[in-house]
Design a protein around this ligand. Sequence first.
Ligand code: ZN
Length: 127
Amino acid sequence: MPQYEFVCLDCKKPFEVFMSYTEYGEKEAQCPQCDGLEVQRIIRPIRVARSEESRLEDLADPSMLAGIEDDPKALGNMMRKMSNELGEDLGPEFDEVIDRLEKGQSPEDIEKDLPDLGLGDDDLGGM
Ligand SMILES: [Zn+2]
């Protein structure tokens, strides 16, 4: 079950919630300290990106990477392989990105469609 990290905007305490992706869409996260509903999801794309990058250097040979950023399908394919290789659940967003890449969507467009992946998310969907 995915783990979601939040920080309470009232008491500034971080907390973690385990729930399924479906539940995440339906439930509202609530601060266990003060029952506040003003919470902000914490996403750590940088940590994932970094570990990806170092693994990438181990796994991939550089000639394979040449031009891959211009080829979303190849990139998505490689990310899926890496994710299998890592054996880690990188979360529904990661899968979503791979799906989109494999459909040929460019990373820039995906970023626009999924602002949640960015660092500056301060919005939990209109709360
Ligand atoms: Zn709180």
